[in-house]
Ligand binder design. Structure first.
Ligand code: AR6
Length: 173
């Protein structure tokens, strides 16, 4: 059972905007109107249609997620989630878990089979990558055990160092 679930988890190093999947997840802010980091890269690659659709949503609270089209991206959808700004308090973990769960729930509700996540909150929001990686993988494995129709969850890291953290954690479980 555990192996079947682990086989659906893939780690990669690279640029999330290049992935041909049903949905890529955006580490957005609560206004959902674009920004820097992965958010900026996704909006640049998707084109102005994405911002237009985001304007109609009216924002998103931290720990939740919203879905849009993918526009000029190879991905069919973008799931925008808002990670916590790291504070070192227990609610960080709850909010980051909420980001992964809300994104995965949206994928399941929309019958999506493949989804890719960046390291939400691990850039300017300052979440330590090791703690965030454990939350991402543990939440995803638990979700996959309840939703066998989801075929693939990709964790894509920009840096070699962050990729190494995911590689080490997956080897340890
Ligand atoms: N593909 C994959 N990963 C990427 C890419 C990319 N193209 N670009 C950056 N990363 P961040 P946050 C990695 O700062 O911490 C924005 O301004 C990056 O190396 O993008 O959740 C939003 O509008 C890091 O590991 O997101 C918010 O205001 C990870 O993506 C705020 O930043 C997340 O870094 C959100 O901060």
């Amino acid at each position: 059972m555990k192996k079947e679930i682990l086989d659906k988890i893939e780690i990669r190093q690279g640029d999330i905007t290049r992935l041909d999947v049903d949905a890529i997840v955006n580490a957005a802010n609560s206004k959902l109107l674009g920004g820097g980091g992965v958010d900026g890269a996704i909006h640049r690659a998707a084109g102005p249609g994405l911002l237009e659709e985001c304007r109609t949503i009216g924002g998103c609270p931290t720990g939740e997620a919203r879905i849009t089209g993918g526009y000029n991206l190879p991905a069919r959808h973008v799931i925008h989630t808002v990670g916590p700004v790291y504070s070192g308090k227990p609610q960080d973990r709850q909010l980051l878990t909420g980001c992964y769960l809300s994104s995965l729930n949206l994928a399941a509700e929309n019958n999506l089979k493949t989804i890719a996540f960046p390291a939400i909150s691990c850039g300017v929001y300052g979440y330590p990558i090791k703690d965030a990686c454990k939350i991402a993988v543990d939440t995803s494995m638990e979700f996959l055990s309840r939703h066998p129709s989801l075929k693939k969850i990709i964790f894509i890291q920009f840096s070699e160092k962050d990729y190494g953290v995911y590689e080490a954690y997956l080897k340890s479980i």
